[in-house]
Design a binder for this molecule. Structure first.
Ligand SMILES: *[C@@H]1O[C@H](CO)[C@@H](O)[C@H](O)[C@H]1NC(C)=O
Ligand SMILES: *[C@@H]1O[C@H](CO)[C@@H](O)[C@H](O)[C@H]1NC(C)=O
Ligand SMILES: *[C@@H]1O[C@H](CO)[C@@H](O)[C@H](O)[C@H]1NC(C)=O
Ligand SMILES: *[C@@H]1O[C@H](CO)[C@@H](O)[C@H](O)[C@H]1NC(C)=O
Length: 479
């Protein structure tokens, strides 16, 4: 009797815990959804750089490049080509024979190929990588590949060793990945050198009568990097014109208010008038570098950068950006910016590389020269094509080794392919810092939570049987 009651108690405890957890998860998902939509909107508008926008070009390039092959091999015996099964329906392609140099592979999102003996690789898009319906059991010849160019806030559990090392091949923003996408927001070296938007310093000095030295334009507020807290504090020491939804104190001209115009010439012209742009990433991870960093450099404005701790490896030249991490407090940063603002010689040292067209960073030059994909360039493959071909080529190389009776080459992702430290919040003067908003707090708890999810997922995948989401959540909340 007692035992039964205890069990009941336990069961109801579990039930309450589960409900609370579900509510939290739901909130997280709602918030994420909200943010992602926003981010999606603004990033697609700013950069024309999203999956959605890519899909048509991707399809076009398929028609352009593969149409012939496809027709010629209309009756292609599927048995002669390895099948690359996109488990995330990113490309929307129901079936295409794609040529990758001398190799061809069949790319499809059609899950009925799960059991086909030529299915050699599963391709996942990180943001969609989900515990529901993974292709399990995984056979010995089932390679897994992940494409994730996004910030960790889109799927924290991928960013832990137990999950990222499930994959054989990776394409991420990290330089360590098999297909590094670190320069994914930079079209070319030429755009960095371009003087098209550059406003001469004398004009900037005159403009200072009505403009602040610094500009901030951000509409995705309170992301994991907690950038708004930093900027809020900075604003108490130095003037910042803020046009976005976060910390807004200034309005864009009417015709530019629509976020669709973020990429517009008019918008560039406005922010190019400033001496400094606050370029703060939404998350802090090595090599996670977005247009926020490259845009000021393109416009001839000095970026005040916060984000990738390894940013010094990617600067066009030693003196091209001011790094927030080198200042102990926003107060110190403000006083340094004031010094540069009042001393043309000091300021100009930061744009000299641009005026002279000198990019001294060999790592950056090499990365752009050697990457096998283009950014908004119809004459080049996009990075998804490049990812597909990276996997296709590696799978073929192993098929050839095996045909010769040799052991295949092993490919395994390492945790460095996708890793970010736990998010932190800034703590400045307690009077000014607002109490932790649920969102600022949420990133930390959601990161903690994702560690448990990663462990549970790893355990289930290693067990190599399909599993239900109840089983997964049961494991996550085991103790
Ligand atoms: C998926 O492939 C199967 C053959 O394996 C085919 O019968 C089916 O029509 C395909 N589905 C789509 C949506 O193309
Ligand atoms: C920056 O300066 C260091 C030493 O001062 C030098 O070794 C390095 O090559 C420079 N980097 C670039 C990108 O110019
Ligand atoms: C891919 O990873 C799985 C799991 O770690 C491993 O069993 C398999 O051998 C790997 N494949 C290759 C080609 O390295
Ligand atoms: C596992 O897969 C089998 C066959 O597809 C299915 O019948 C079963 O319900 C699945 N089990 C779970 C826990 O999803």
């Amino acid at each position: 009797m007692v035992r039964i009651q205890r069990r009941k108690l336990l069961a109801s405890c579990l039930c309450v815990t589960a409900t609370v957890f579900l509510l939290v998860t739901l909130q997280v998902m709602v918030e994420l959804g909200k943010f992602e939509r926003k981010e999606f909107k603004s990033s697609s508008l700013q950069d024309g750089h999203t999956k959605m926008e890519e899909a048509p070009t991707h399809l076009n390039s398929f028609l352009k490049k593969e149409g012939l092959t496809f027709n010629r091999k209309r009756k292609w015996e599927l048995d002669s080509y390895p099948i690359m099964l996109w488990w995330s329906p990113l490309t929307g392609e129901t079936g295409r024979l794609g040529q990758c140099g001398a190799d061809a592979c069949f790319f499809t999102i059609n899950r009925t190929y799960l059991h086909h003996h030529m299915t050699k690789a599963f391709l996942f898009y990180g943001t969609d990588f989900n515990i529901d319906s993974l292709p399990l059991p995984r056979k010995a010849h089932h390679d897994w590949a992940v494409f994730h160019e996004e910030s960790p806030k889109n799927n924290y559990k991928l960013f832990h060793k137990p999950v990222i090392t499930l994959f054989n091949y990776t394409a991420t923003f990290s330089r360590h990945s098999h297909l590094p996408l670190t320069t994914q927001y930079l079209e070319s070296i030429e755009v960095l050198k371009s003087l098209r938007y550059l406003v001469p310093l004398q004009s900037k000095n005159k403009l200072r009568k009505r403009l602040a030295p610094l500009v901030y334009v951000q509409s995705d507020c309170d992301p994991p990097s907690d950038r708004d807290s930093y900027v809020r504090e900075l604003m108490t020491y130095i003037e910042v014109d803020s046009y976005g939804e976060c910390l807004r104190n200034k309005d864009l001209p009417q015709q530019l208010k629509n976020p669709a115009s973020m990429d517009a010439d008019g918008f560039y012209r406005i922010i190019a008038q400033y001496k400094f742009i606050l370029a703060f990433e939404n998350a802090v991870c090595d090599d996670y570098i977005t247009e926020k960093f490259w845009r000021p450099l393109k416009l001839g404005v000095v970026p005040v950068y916060y984000g990738s701790p390894s940013i010094t490896d990617w600067l066009p030249s030693n003196k091209s950006a001011i790094l927030v991490s080198e200042f102990s407090h926003p107060r110190e940063l403000a006083s340094y910016i004031r010094r540069l603002d009042s001393d043309d010689r000091l300021y100009e040292a930061y744009v000299e590389w641009k005026l002279k067209g000198e990019i001294s960073n060999q790592r950056l030059l090499t990365a752009l020269r050697e990457r096998k994909w283009g950014v908004q360039d119809v004459n080049q493959d996009n990075y998804i094509d490049a990812f597909e071909c990276m996997v296709c080529t590696k799978v073929w190389a192993n098929i050839r080794l095996q045909e010769k009776g040799l052991p295949p080459k092993r490919w395994e992702a390492e945790d460095t392919h996708l890793s970010c430290p736990e998010p932190t919040v800034f703590a400045f003067s307690p009077l000014r810092t607002p109490p932790l908003s649920s969102l600022r707090e949420m990133w930390i708890s959601s990161f903690e939570q994702s560690k448990k999810e990663a462990q549970a997922l790893r355990w289930l995948v290693d067990r190599n049987q399909n599993f239900s989401s109840q089983e997964f959540w049961g494991l996550v909340f085991k103790d």
